[in-house]
Structures are given as structure tokens and as C-alpha cells.
Design a protein around this ligand. Sequence first.
Ligand code: GLY
Ligand code: MN
Ligand code: MN
Length: 451
Amino acid sequence: MEETNFIKRQNNLLSAIEEGIVIIPGAGLRQKSHDTEFPFRQNSDFKYFTGFNEPDATLVLKKSKEGAVESHLFLQEKNPEMEMWTGIRLGSEKAPEVLPVDHAYPNHEFSKRLPELFRNHQNLYYNFFNQDLQKSVTKTLQSLGGKRKEKFHSPLHWHHLSPLIGMLRLRKDKNEILAMKQAANLTNIGHRAAMALAKPGVNEKEIDQLLNYLFSQENGEGTAYDSIVAGGKNALILHYINNNQILNDGDLVLIDAGAQVNTYAGDVTRTFPVNGKYTQAQKDLYQVVLDSQKLAMGHMKIGATLKEIHTSTCQALLKSMMDAQILKGSFDELWEKDAYRAYYPHGTGHWLGLDVHDQSPYLDDDLNEITLDEGMVFTCEPGLYFPEGDSNIPKEWQGMGIRIEDDILITQSGPENLTRSIPKEVKEVEDACNEDIRSILEKLSSPSLLS
Ligand code: GLY
Ligand code: MN
Ligand code: MN
């Protein structure tokens, strides 16, 4: 088979090990209620190495001491009766033709074939936290241990696979970046439509549903995570997903929502006035958060770390809170006791990719911060959350939560804000709030809106 992106990724993984066998299970279906399941979501690692989207499949990669590599896939067998209920299955006969694997077998052969695949390998790589897999591995090794008369190696050196894959997933290849740009484009449409739809009397759930609909346009797969549509003081609940309250005149609404394309996530937050015009107090606080984001972006370059970006953002927000007399004392003393955390309790960014909080490490093996490099994607999401009844906070800012979040790709020529088209400056946001929702929906079929 020609070297596809998936084979390249498999080879990248195998070149990081000397010899051994690697097991990467896909996801299964999860029960929602009796006889019904949640919509299927593929395991991100499995998706990364195969692109395959059926439940209950397992990838096994092998590398010999001499460097020869092989890939084996176990998957659901064809079964016309079951396919009539749950949909067409690829099956083991077709799989090697269309998937990046050399051999494929039906799942019922897994326990019979695994001992054969293990034979003469010394190293085994898998996710230690997968308990079902742990059981299969133990059973297989026990069965091999019983064969005393034969002389062969079995893989008794075990290695946790997730950190190795996490390192590979840190740098996105061109296909991943393409999917993330498409997710950003759909996310742009969703946020613009949300700004246009919101007005006093509209329920948060109407916006929630609209986002889901728009994120499913073209090749969109809906929302990458449960959207947060938080009117007024609901924005103070960081993971507010109830999304069922009426939006009120004079309030802000915080929307944290991102589209998913080819399992890759967008992750964007905007905070805008329900009635389309920021009050002076809202504008002032919004500008504080926006300025801190701009400052953070100035630190994004090859060689910098997410921690440095976070530190400079926290310092900027702390200074702003000192200027507003919310935090009183010397900068050093307030910094020393993390005083800003009462109002800015979360990080400034996280890796973004197949998972919205992408599963890649933040520290290397020597416990040094991972430094930014070409192809890495992460969020930048400063915010301020001021509770009601906190007498340190000016009255007009109490009950207000503001976050601004964008998705950043590091390139040779600097940071590229993938979500820059989503209105963010005060005037841009107010203009977008005053757009007609019908004209946005009518324009949906226009390629310029999606590209
Ligand atoms: N939407 C989750 C986050 O911003 O991290
Ligand atoms: Mn977010
Ligand atoms: Mn985020």
C-alpha cells in the first residue's frame, strides 16, 4: 500500500521503538439507556493511526529486531442480520484494500491470534489504563508461559504507550491542520450566527441547538464538546452546560463552542452583549480580557512554552485587577499568593487536536516544559469571573464572566490564529450582533462562507 498519512504515523511510532508489539484498541459503543447507545465516538489514538470509524476494532503493529514492520487489524465481521439493524460493516476481507493495514481478521479471532502475534517479541506497548486490554494481555502471556517445551521470546517488557503517542500527536501534519482549519471555519459560522440570534427573550437552548445544526453543515460532525451558552451570571460557572435559561436585556452571554471535523476539534469562546451593545462597564472589562489575550499572543513563538504564556497572562490580569482596586497590596505579595486565582482560576491554554484537551504532554521526560514548535496547536483563553456580592469588585462588574478563546497554530513565520475570522474587537462584535440571522442562514450554501 502507498504511504498514506496513516502509514506515515504508524511508521513514526514504530521508529520510536527498537523492537516490539503495539496494541491500540478503538472505542466501543456506550450504553445510554436500555437498548440504546450514545452516538459513536472513535478513540482518538486509534483514529490517528487508522482513520477507521467503526466501533470495536483493534490495531496491532509489529516491529522485528531487524526493523521489519507489519500491521494487523481486528474488526467487526460482516453480518447481514446485524447490519440491517446498525449499519454496514467493512469486514475483514475488504479492510486491507481500503485501510492502512496489511492484514485484517474478524474480532472473534483476536484471542486465538494474539499469542501468535506476541511470539518472539520482547517488548509490549499498550495503554496501561485500559483494563479490558490489560486482561487480554495477561491471559495471552499466561497462555504463552505454559508452553514450556518450545523455545521463544514473549513480550515481558511492558511500556505505557500513551506518552509516546502523545508526543507524536503534538505536531500536526498537513491533513490534521486542514481538518482543524475546516473546524475553525464552521466554528466561525456558528459564533456569528449565535451573535445574530441572541437577543433578550431568546433561550440559551435555541443558540445551543443552532450551533449544533451549523457545526453539522458540510463535513462538520456537530460540536466537539458540549457547548457552553451562558447568559449573565451563568458565565461564572466555568463548565455551565445546562443551557436552558432566558437571555436578559443588559446582560452578556458567554459562548464556548467549537465544531468537529474529521474528529478534530475547534474550541472558541466569545462573550457579547445580549442586546447587541456593550455597556461602558462591560466594554471596559471586555477590553481588559482582550488586551491580556493580545499580550499572550505576543509570547507565542517557536521555543516559548505554554507556561510562559500563562504566566504573562496572569501577571497582566493581576495588574489590571490592582489598577481597578480589586486586589490591594504590592504586586510581588499578590503574585506570591496567587491572588488573581480567585477571579482567573483556569489555565490560559491547552493542546488542541483530536481531543479538545488534546492528550499530549506538557512536560518532557526531564520534566522540562515542552517548547512550542511548528505544527503545534493550542488555545489561548484568558478570562475574568467576578461573583455577585464580592465587595472587592466594583458593583457594575459583579456577576460578570468574560472569556475570549482562540485556536493557535505555530508556524515557521509565527503564530497563526486559526479562528481569527470570528468577531472579537468591540466594534466587530457589535456589528455581528446586529446582523440578520436569516441572511446568515441564507448564505450557508455559499462556498465563501465555509472556506
Ligand atoms: N471548551 C473547553 C475549554 O475551553 O477548555
Ligand atoms: Mn473552550
Ligand atoms: Mn479551551
